[in-house]
Each structure stands twice: as C-alpha cells, then as structure tokens.
Design a protein around this ligand. Structure first.
Ligand code: HEM
Ligand SMILES: Cc1cc2nc3c(=O)[nH]c(=O)nc-3n(C[C@H](O)[C@H](O)[C@H](O)COP(=O)(O)O)c2cc1C
Length: 436
C-alpha cells in the first residue's frame, strides 16, 4: 500500500473529501460520512486526523474493514509520529482517586464512583435515559411500592440461590444485560464482564455491537464451559444475519448459547422485524430463542403462542421510549391476565432498575426466572475497578439476596412464592382490561 503523508491526510478534512487514519491505515470515508449510524458529526470532528483513539472507544478493530471494504483504503501512515495516549497511566490515576472496593457496600455506591471518574461523555451515555427520563426513574421506584410478606418458622438453614436459565446453570437468578460500548468505561470492556461473570457463576448477555471482538470476549471466559448468551440485532439484510448465526454463532462459539433478538432503529439494524421474522429465526437455529423488549401482556402471550423459549420484559432501562411502563408492571399484567403462561415452556426475565436483593425477590415472586442488571455493570467497572468491581457488585447482590431469602422464609428460589409480595399499591397502575 502507498504511504500517505500526514500533511496530505490533513487536507481531506471535510464532508466533500473525508479521510481518517485508524491504526496506521488511512481510510477514505467520504461516501460513508452521512450514513454513519453514530452521526456524521462524530466523523467530521476527526476528519483529516488520526482517529484511532476515538474510533477504538466505540468500535472493534475489524469493524472499519467490514463496513467500508478494502477498496476504501488510501494507504499506510506512520502512526508512530502521532503521540500515543497513555491509557495505563490514566487507569492508574483513576485507581488512585477511587475509594477502596471494600468500601462499596451497596450496588448504588458504584454509581457515585462512576459519576466522579467517568469522562463526561461516557457518564452521559451510560446514565441517561430517553427524553425526560421518566421510565428510567420509574423502573426502579416501582420496586419500592411492593412490600414483602415474609413467612416465619420455616427452618431455612443455608440458602441456595442457584437456578437454571434456558437450561444453563447459574449461581444466581441474575445475569448481566447487554450494555454496548463497555470499553468506554474500562479498556477491558466486555472482557472484564465475561471474566467477572465466569468467576461468580452467572451468565453474560453480549450484544451484536459490543466494543470488544467476540473472540476476545470468549477468550476472557474462565473456562470453555462458561455460557455466554448472544443478542442479535437482525440486519436489514436478513441473509447476513442468517450467515452470521450459521457461521459465527454456531461454529466459532462453542458453548451452549442463547440468541436474543431486539428491535431498534440505527443504521444497519432491521426495524421491520415482525412475528414472521421470529418464525424465520426459529428455522435458522435450534438454539433457545429469547425476545427482549416485551412491554405488554398481549405480546407476552404472542411470544408464548409462537413457542419462544424466553422473553425479557424490558424498556431497555428507559433508554428507548420515554414513559414506557416499568417492566415490573408488565409482569404484574401477566400475573393478572395470563397466569397460564407462567411456569410453562417459556421463561420470563425482567430488567430495569434492579439494584437490591429484595428487588430480585419481588420479580421472582411474580414469576420471573431471573433478572437482568444493566447500568450497575458499567458503573461497577468504572474508576479502574474493571473485573474486580463487577465481581464485588455481584457479590453484594448475592449477599442481599441470601439474607432476604432467609428473612422471607425461602431456602431456594423455587420457594419464593406469589404470596410473599403485596402488590396492592401497583394494581391501580395496571391497565384495566386487555383483549387477548
Ligand atoms: C471509519 C470509521 C467508522 C466506521 C466504519 C464506523 C461504523 C459504525 C457502525 C457500523 C455503527 C453501527 C454500530 C456498530 O456496528 O458498532 C457505528 C455506530 C457508532 N459509531 Fe462509528 N464508525 C466509524 C467511526 C467512528 C468514530 C470516529 C466515532 C467517534 C468519534 C464513532 C462513534 C460511533 C457511535 C457513538 C455509534 C453509535 C453507537 C450506539 O449507539 O450503539 N464511529 N459506527
Ligand atoms: C450503556 C447502555 C447500553 C445498552 N445497550 C443495549 C443494547 O445494545 N441492547 C439492548 O438490548 N439493551 C441495551 N441496553 C439496555 C440493557 O440491556 C438493559 O435492558 C437495561 O440497562 C436495564 O436497566 P438498568 O440499566 O436500569 O439495569 C443498554 C443499557 C445501557 C446502560
């Protein structure tokens, strides 16, 4: 490849002619600028420059080639002439300014560290919700409106929190939800989560647009038997998704897997997913299928009738549509209008605002198999804590869950029963009638 002079690169700094250097290679992105799913401005800010640091904050190394193709390469640049960013010393600075991990005693403690140590852009990206952030707030608040009804004199002895999620063993009825761009928070990104989850015996859900390559995440597992679930954002070109599932998911990835499917609106993502797409997916893979983002009892019943293996009641942490109802309320709807779908072939998962062991008990009492933890995963790896922070966060939840299961009179997760929660204050918030 031809050598490109840094001064020449600098002249291609506009929408009309836009070049970037990434890891020493110069790319012509002129045709791509206005199609960039992250927005044209992000690219234009680094036009004519070495964009490696900004690019790597959001993307895996191979994405540029996959997206633009080799023809978009203009040549090689001597990236040694560009002063490197010392990521290790930045991490050391964060470690020095963060409190001792042992002083973190509740999941919410990590949020305070994250706010102080994350860059303003990362903090805004992770902590924010859509519009007025009403759903983000209400997701958590709703758990405070449910009261526990413990049973006494039940000889609980030692409490066993383990369960099975889609046929895979999990030490706790929790999993880490897919959270994009973990690398924004810690250089090990999703690899730190994989290692922490493996050591604590829980399952990680990884999304299509993870910030670390899937191979690196798989290598970060503690053993080949560690389960990872994969979330698929179906491509506009369904054939691409089919090839991905057949070639990458079922062959490269060699442990028991789940596939999740989510609907969203950015660039390459297929926003036309319908129930027929689910039938297509069922034909493409024998892996368990989970639909994430179910927000009504009507759709929960549709999923059940389509033979889906699991649903995640979720409004994506209030990040998509503001004022979407809290997932716990959707779970209550299912209890009220369609209890026949609980405890059958389809498992129900819930996420959004879960921060306490008692929150987990409340969701399980209403029929959830397990709950997803989103933002706390990223908060707990901030401040330079990485894998150790995520482990501490999981351990805090485990301790709270064990203690509260003993209080409530349940020695294992199957003994957490509907009668152990009083949901009276929520019932007036629930929709008055539905047509199923
Ligand atoms: C030529 C270089 C680039 C290519 C080919 C590219 C490609 C893409 C693609 C395909 C997506 C969709 C999601 C994904 O697959 O990750 C995306 C999203 C995004 N990109 Fe880039 N990108 C480039 C450079 C950059 C740069 C330099 C930045 C930041 C300064 C950036 C920031 C983002 C952000 C913030 C998103 C949205 C992520 C989300 O909402 O989940 N990209 N980009
Ligand atoms: C930074 C960030 C990125 C996320 N990215 C995705 C994603 O790519 N796909 C998805 O289905 N959900 C995504 N979510 C939503 C989470 O999977 C989860 O549903 C939500 O965060 C749960 O709420 P909580 O953060 O209150 O625990 C993201 C959440 C955050 C905070």
């Amino acid at each position: 490849m031809a050598a490109v002079d840094v001064r020449e690169l600098a002249t291609h700094n506009s929408r009309d002619s836009c070049w970037l250097a990434i890891n020493g290679i110069v790319w012509d992105v002129t045709a791509f600028v206005s199609e960039h799913p992250g927005g044209a401005n992000l690219i234009l800010k680094v036009a004519g420059k070495d964009a490696t640091e900004q690019y790597e904050t959001f993307h895996s190394p191979e994405l540029v080639e996959e997206t633009l193709g080799l023809d978009a390469r203009k040549g090689i640049i001597d990236s040694a002439s560009i002063p490197p960013v010392d990521k290790q010393s930045e991490l050391k600075r964060q470690e020095r300014t963060s409190p001792l991990l042992s002083s973190m005693v509740s999941v919410n403690d990590f949020e305070g560290v994250a706010e102080k140590t994350m860059t303003p852009a990362a903090w805004a990206y992770v902590s924010s919700g859509a519009d007025d952030e009403i759903s983000t707030r209400e997701n958590g608040r709703i758990y405070q409106k449910v009261f526990l009804r413990g049973r006494v004199l039940r000889k609980v002895g030692s409490v066993d929190c383990s369960t099975e999620i889609l046929g895979c063993k999990s030490a706790l009825p929790i999993y880490t939800s897919p959270v994009g761009l973990a690398k924004l928070v810690h250089p090990s990104g999703e690899c730190a989560i994989a290692a922490a989850d493996g050591k604590e015996g829980i399952i990680q859900v990884v999304n299509t647009v993870s910030s670390m390559p899937i191979e690196a995440i798989m290598d970060a597992r503690v053993s080949k038997d560690q389960t990872i679930f994969w979330q698929l954002y179906a491509d506009k070109d369904l054939q691409k998704s089919e090839t991905f599932i057949e070639e990458d998911l079922e062959t490269t990835v060699d442990t028991p897997q789940g596939v999740g499917i989510a609907k969203a609106n950015t660039g390459f993502i297929n926003a036309d997913i319908e129930w027929a797409t689910i039938e297509w997916l069922r034909g493409v893979t024998k892996l368990p299928l989970v639909i994430k983002g179910v927000q009504s009892v009507e759709d929960a019943v549709m999923a059940f009738d389509h033979g889906i293996d699991g649903i995640v009641l979720s409004n994506h942490g209030g990040r998509s549509q503001d004022t979407a109802q809290p997932p716990l309320l959707t779970l209550l709807e299912i209890n009220h209008y369609a209890p026949h779908i609980l405890d059958k072939h389809m498992q129900v998962f819930v996420d959004g605002g879960i921060r306490r062991g008692t929150d987990i008990i409340k969701a399980l009492a209403l029929g959830a198999t397990a709950v997803g933890i989103g933002r706390p995963v990223l908060y707990s790896m901030s401040g330079g804590y990485g894998e150790y922070g995520v482990r501490r966060m999981i351990q805090i939840l485990r301790n709270e869950l064990q203690t509260n299961m003993a209080f409530i009179g349940a020695k294992n997760v199957r003994e957490i029963a509907r009668g152990m929660v009083n949901t009276r204050r929520l019932e007036k918030l629930m929709i008055g009638s539905v047509r199923l």
